[in-house]
Design a protein. Structure first.
Length: 316
């Protein structure tokens, strides 16, 4: 029995220690696994650490799109933004402003000076059959046998109605007349006694555009009655161009005006395109008669006046 006593407890000890040992072992394994997991989690969380540190330096995308001349932290405005509108509405320099026109005669040429404030504008000049009036398109009334158009751009004038007309009646330069003032364009017509070369140039202090016309040689004036010189002709031509004394354009009316100096009741008979027979019927026995001839000294422009060039008495 003693053996049995001894054997019983030892056998019970083995039986009871087996499950406990396994439980203890399992607990140990779970504890080790938990510890290992904690270490793994800590290690895994630690591996993602660099990403927040990189993000803390800022988003690299704007730096990649920034221009070299612009800081990376400043956005670039897109077209049509306020910044673009601000640039497009920046103040610009004022356009040259016409302040004076001066004309003068020199030894062998005539000169016109166009003076400007705010600099010298661009200009163009050239001979034309007639200078058209801005917007209307009708010819600018100008005396002379030749016409030059002069334009400035960009340019303006303090007088919105434009400078009007200057009529010096110099040997070549007869008249300067405004032809338009519209959207930064100033235009002028120049009436000249003849067509020839001209010189145009600019000067500063003050700003000026200068145009010079050499004197031209005109033929002897053919008129012998009423209008007897080129100066008179230009003056009457300018008047007719502006709607005065239109009868000077009609040969019959010009002859009629002379005929009343010949007789109180003249009889006029046209014998050719530019010839007329004038009779004084007040003396029925021996009436006076005269042959009148005429011509148009100028055939360019609108006002081609007719003048009497010959008066010949007719013998009975």
């Amino acid at each position: 029995m003693p053996g049995a006593e001894c054997g019983g407890p030892r056998s019970a000890s083995r039986t009871s220690s087996g499950p406990r040992a396994r439980r203890l072992a399992l607990r140990g394994l779970w504890g080790f696994a938990a510890a290992a997991c904690s270490v793994a989690l800590v290690s895994a969380c630690g591996s993602s650490g660099p990403r927040p540190r990189l993000a803390a330096t800022g988003d690299p995308k704007p730096a990649a799109t920034a221009q070299p001349s612009q800081p990376a932290d400043q956005s670039i405005p897109s077209p049509g933004t306020t910044a673009d509108r601000a640039r497009s509405t920046a103040p610009t320099a004022p356009a040259p402003e016409l302040t004076a026109i001066r004309v003068s005669e020199h030894g062998g040429y005539d000169q016109a000076v166009f003076q400007f404030a705010n600099g010298v504008p661009s200009y163009s000049a050239g001979y034309v059959p007639g200078v058209p009036q801005e917007a209307k398109g009708t010819p600018v009334p100008l005396p002379g046998r030749s016409f030059l158009q002069l334009a400035f751009h960009p340019a303006t004038t303090a007088n919105s109605a434009a400078p009007g007309t200057i009529s010096p009646y110099l040997p070549t330069l007869l008249q300067v007349s405004a032809a338009g003032n519209f959207e930064g364009h100033l235009r002028f017509g120049l009436g000249l006694s003849g067509r020839g070369g001209y010189r145009i140039y600019t000067l500063t202090h003050p700003s000026r555009v200068i145009i010079e016309f050499p004197h031209v040689t005109l033929p002897k004036f053919p008129g012998i009655w009423d209008i007897t010189s080129w100066l008179q002709y230009w003056q009457f031509q300018a008047a007719v161009e502006n709607g005065h004394q239109p009868w000077l354009l009609s040969p019959a009316l010009v002859v009629g005006a002379w005929a009343h100096t010949f007789s109180s009741r003249p009889t006029i008979r046209r014998t050719g395109p530019d010839t007329f027979e004038v009779t004084d019927p007040t003396d029925p026995v021996k009436p006076k008669m005269a042959m009148i001839s005429g011509a148009r000294p100028v055939t360019t422009g609108q006002a081609n006046l007719w003048v009497i060039t010959s008066i010949l008495p007719v013998p009975n």
